[in-house]
Design a binder for this molecule. Structure first.
Ligand SMILES: [Zn+2]
Length: 176
């Protein structure tokens, strides 16, 4: 489920920003990985748009190491899920996340214009707004449900032109 975010200003103003779902990386004809775009500042659009957010390989590797430890907090948390095989699915998903960021060469893209001049906010920290310099604080404020975007990208974050039948076919094979 996508997240809902808020951008807080020093004068008390709060802007709500909604995440979106239905975005996928296509690894191959049978390997599709969903991702949730994050609101960030795009220098080309000149506004906050939904953008890719690329994780550091080290952070994902560290999580994968913890998943191997049955007593780690994350392993325990995943075991509490009511979804069967959730731990295994999550591990496969994180392995694909790692594959994506280790072979990736291009920086994160804006999903509106496809540009690469994206500046992410730092969660829960007062920082200068990348567009105006005013101090703002960005945070996740909850979850929301939205319609599916049904957009597919290659591993460099370039939009793939796929017709609706092919999209359905890719998703029907299952995805992480
Ligand atoms: Zn843009």
């Amino acid at each position: 489920m996508p997240a809902m975010y808020q951008l807080e200003w020093r004068n008390g103003r709060i802007d709500e920003i909604y995440g979106h779902r239905g975005y996928y990386y296509v690894f191959s004809d049978s390997e599709v990985l969903s991702f949730l775009p994050t609101p960030a500042w795009c220098n080309i659009c000149g506004k906050i748009t939904l953008c890719e957010k690329l994780e550091s390989p080290e952070a994902i590797k560290s999580e994968l190491d913890q998943l191997e430890e049955p007593e780690s907090e994350i392993a325990k948390m995943l075991r509490r899920s009511s979804t069967p095989d959730f731990s295994d699915r999550w591990k496969r998903r994180r392995e694909m996340d790692l594959l994506l960021v280790t072979q990736r060469t291009e920086p994160a893209s804006c999903l509106t214009c496809g540009g690469r001049q994206v500046v992410h906010f730092i969660d829960d920290v007062w920082m200068p707004h990348p567009g105006t310099g005013e101090e703002v604080r960005f945070s996740c404020s909850g979850m929301c449900s939205t319609t599916f975007a049904m957009k597919f990208y290659d591993l460099e974050g370039r939009l793939l032109e796929i017709d609706t039948d092919d999209k359905k076919r890719l998703l029907a094979k299952g995805y992480l």
